[in-house]
Design a protein. Sequence first.
Length: 270
Amino acid sequence: MSDGSFRLDNQTAIVTGACGRLGPVWAEALVDAGARVAALELAGAPVSAAYKALADRAGDRMSRVDCDVTDRRSIESALEEVIGRLGEPSVLVNNAGIDQPPDAGANRTRIEDLSIEQFRRMVEVNLLGTFQVTQVVGGRMAARGEGSIVNIGSLYASVSPDQRLYDHLPGHLPFLKSPAYGASKAALVNMTKYFATLWGSRGVRVNALSPGGVLGGQDERFLAKYAARVPLGRMAQPDDLKGPLLFLASRASAYVTGHELRVDGGFTAW
């Protein structure tokens, strides 16, 4: 197989949650593979330094579009804007989601007191938001007879968070990773299989990419504990995620659908 199989020249790709932590990673991989990228994000959401640098470099090959993935009318409006600016999308990266990074010790609760509103909001964005974007954008792909959808999962779709990674963090209560996060991502992987089987005959492939922890300002004790938990002995670098995304997005994976690709350094193998 030639390297050209990983190219996305003259294709339009959509990335949701594009201004978040991993959004610029996916967008950069797609831009560098030749795609025009629509960066969907909430109106007024702050822009990271990584996103700004990419936008400056990509020029008119990347365009930010306001979109709330929990609002179907917003998604429909965003899709029309994408088509008008960049053309019909053939790649969709469902990245928008709410994570729960370790905090500074404030606003923690016991698991018995975890707010149902917090749980509901995480599911609403991570699962229901992805479902709605898939309905709108993926439905159009299915009508056209081609497309690749990549849902961004997590290693916590497969395993429970190891709370010992966080037990050194100060605070009046221990930091606990919310059960809503892993539950929403596990459901996302199952939904990936649903759409893969539903739309396979209509030329749309649907896969999940589940990253492990990505390096980004974590404290030294966490880094040491995490590295000891990973067969490859380290956290992911952003560049570790780009090749797997391009594989799933491009014709390099033309016979792959309904698959969860775990990019976690072997974390879930133990």
